[in-house]
Design a protein around this ligand. Sequence first.
Ligand code: ATP
Length: 884
Amino acid sequence: MKRKPTATRKPHPPAQWHLLEPWQTVAWLRVDPQTGLSQQEAEQRLAAQGPNLLQEQRLRSPLAMLLGQFADFMIVVLLLAGLVSGLVGELADTVTIMVIVVLNAVIGFIQEYRAERAIAALKSMAAPTARVLRDGRHHDLPAHELVPGDLVLLEAGNVVPADIRLLDTAQLRVEEAILTGESQPVGKSTEAIRNPDAALGDRRNMAFKGTIVTYGRGMGSVIATGMETELGKIAQLLREEKESRTPLQNRLAQLGKRLALLVLAICAIIFVVGLLRGEQPMLMFLTAVSLAVAAIPEALPAVATVSLALGARKMIRQHVLIRRLPAVETLGSVTYICSDKTGTLTQNRMQAEAFFVDGRTDPDLPELLLRAMALNNDVRLDKDGRPLGDPTETALYEAAAAAGFRGIELAAACPRIGEIPFDAERKLMTTLHREGDKLVAYTKGAPENLLPQCLTAWSAEGPRPLPIDDLGKIAERMASEGLRVLALAFREWPEPPADWYSETVETGLCFLGFVGLMDPPRPEAAEAVALCKTAGIKPVMITGDHPATARTIARRLGIAGDGDSVLTGDELARLSLAEFEKQVEEIRVYARVAPEQKIKIVRALQDKGEFVAMTGDGVNDAPALKCANIGVAMGKIGTDVAREASHMILLDDNFASIVAAVREGRRIFDNIRKFIKYTMTSNSAEIWTLFLAPFLMLPIPLLPIHILWINLVTDGLPGLALAAEPQERGIMHRPPRPPRESIFAHGMWQHILWIGLLMGGISLLSQAWAYHTGSAHWQSMVFTVLTLSQMGHVLAIRSERESFFAQAFFSNKPLLGAVLLTFLLQMAVLYIPSLQPIFKTEALEPHELAVCLVLSSVVFWAVELEKWMRRRGWIYKDHREAGQ
Ligand code: ATP
């Protein structure tokens, strides 16, 4: 046996903690098992030990990110071409090209950096926490602040935050597959293990970082953190989950490649035709390369990422924390939201409203029932003495306290000497207490599960035979009033039971009574349900509660109508998947469902082609959350396991927040579409202009520098400002977007082609007019018309359907600012003498500027006309319009 260290000796950690007795462990770690470390000591240890983190893959440095902006093939060609042309011609050209390219890279870098920061912030917000005893108080701390010696509480659903020597366990079971490969949970205990070479899986008195508590409770002292944990030792082997690209990013990347080939082909034609017409080869080459740089939409996937990441950051205001970026994009496709009832649709503020004891519905509550309510729970008190814990239990606790039975005080006099924790499968919970020289076990749980285990019923005159049928009906009636009904019972034991199995302990009971708990629906939930329906989303309630309770609450919320039936977990279990699929789309309420069954519901809906969001909070919900298209975990009551399996976390556990997130997801997707529409129409216009000019016997309309300027200024700023566009009216009045629908659906291709052609056409028209009337300013005119018509375009496409004049003018100030700035810059480039030689421009005469303005506005009116025709249903008719 090891020697007990003195306080002065620096403890040298034993390599085999499992050999130590609990008291030796705390002595080694110099921690008081009653109060934990002091905050001060913990801080010192944190400074010495470092944070409890595994070494993550290194983030990209800002410099690498900036250099990455130049890693585009066409940009490199452009820089080289610029350099060569500078050497043989004017060096000023080269410098200007360089400046424009660098500015472009800086804008790209800022965007990307912001996105990366947003994603990092989201990640740190989603980081796990641990419940720790320090200075005699419980704290919820970020898990990375744990230090050796900290006393950590574990409960079902936790991911173990560090390596822990267990000091106290109650039916604790831990799944250690991540370390041992064994997927069956292992029971844990506290006794020292004699075998020094015990394999990790046999170290039953230890809990290791990264493993999952599936059942029971425990407490222990941290013995290793971060890279010193068993998980840390193999961390190099664990591949960090690669952030997958969203479907949209993938599609845009693919599209980008195909368009690149097309654009290159066109540029080649422009180059060759130019040569044939006797233009300077170097100028033609630079023109073609500039056009390629401007028109190849290589930035689209990056812009999509930025929009999604910044959108995700904004969603925090809607109380939604995005864990996986693709969720932002796919939220708009959700067709079913399957939600838990308790806490998500209801307030989770339960209150005991009805009792049934000894044949009476307004009974004097007998002492035994009050003791059961006070003792049979895991309620803790916060520093102000308010009960904390599961709302079902705090409701019972408070009702007992109101009658003078304070659980915490009672528990001191009647210590708990054994327990079988609650689980959603049994729906029962038992605690055994020593009350003087007696041993009394209290059991509470769902009436259907508890009543069959009762032999007698308590009455003031002594135990009576149990009228089980009548009691069943009474429970049913209470449930149909929307109450969660709990049955309570007790049993005296001569000595503690030998085995703690439900079959042996939770049987032969004496029924005490029913307590009906009211959990009022959230006021905003009914409205959110109604909104779902207009948006083509079907809300479904899944609950562990009784069918009668579920039906009543579902009706109050509008989830189920009078005719709708409720499917219970038992019925669901009896149906084969194929049979279930026949009715799954009709069912709106599932009751007495075990969490494991949720996955069957997700699968059946997905087989039917639905796109499912599913909420969950417990360990057993995790598979369904993973399998759902959008797994939604609860931020307040959820377990670590559920959170890690989820795509997004509801910070306020509120159903209405899911609906708000769907709305936000739709807005973000709309805006990405608008950005693509804008950029690609501009690109198409630039291509049309340069491509068609020679066929109209016109000289090359634009110089390379003009093309690059248009690409940087007009494409860049207003395009990005489109992300700030508020949601479209009626965004929740259209059906969900089919997940596989092309981003170019609803007339976007056509728009890009014909508005692009129109823009190119009027630019060439201005050129032709000026050229043939002998004006020397024709090139500046094309340049100006092309720039300004893009401003008209961006204003007109703010809404996909609505007239510009029906929208709130100032609702997107960044866009107005960008348009104004672009206009002023264009004027500066035209009229400031020192800029004219750089940009190869001339000041336009007033009448020429007027012609430019009039011609440029044509695009705006054309898009307004397009939208008007769409509103009338003449063009781009599709399901979205049909739903209006
Ligand atoms: P929802 O799925 O709507 O969120 P839930 O998940 O809270 O509901 P469970 O917690 O699984 O549902 O509870 C199912 C049933 O188990 C309850 O109706 C109740 O009868 C019983 N029950 C719940 N909590 C306890 C508890 N702490 N002790 C004993 N029985 C409980």
